[in-house]
Design a protein around this ligand. Structure first.
Ligand code: FES
Length: 123
């Protein structure tokens, strides 16, 4: 495989990716503390809120903080979310996390431009 083929694969992957990706650690440490239920709730909340075009869920391996699991990392291209690690995530918190991400996305990144105030000068 040459470099142009690799660049094409990278470009296709960038196009395919959704704006927000939530990665849930499903390695043994986090799995033993309930990451399966956390991941399931993430997927359920995305589907229930019709956020399929906005958020995707993935599994990742051990991130090295096994004692703080289940761990979830949110990665987004937008400044407001950027990259955030959450520890000791419960299934209920996973549902709330999806709702919070979706609500943040509804806030415009650029605030409305104030309209100039027009005065009418009488002579
Ligand atoms: S098993 Fe999840 S951080 Fe190690």
């Amino acid at each position: 495989m040459d470099i142009s083929a690799l660049r094409q694969i990278a470009q296709q992957e960038q196009i395919r990716q959704k704006p927000v990706r939530i990665n849930c650690c499903t390695a043994s440490g986090c799995a033993s503390s309930g990451s399966g239920a956390v991941k399931k709730n993430l997927e359920t909340a995305i589907k229930a809120g019709c956020h399929d075009e906005l958020i995707e869920v993935g599994s990742v391996g051990c991130m090295g903080f096994c004692g703080r699991g289940p761990l979830v990392i949110v990665e987004a291209s937008e400044r407001q979310l950027h990259r955030q690690l959450y520890a000791n995530v419960t299934p209920e918190a996973a549902t709330s996390l999806v709702k919070a991400i979706a609500s943040i996305r509804l806030i415009p990144l650029i605030p409305p431009i104030p309209q100039p105030h027009h005065h009418t000068w009488s002579k």
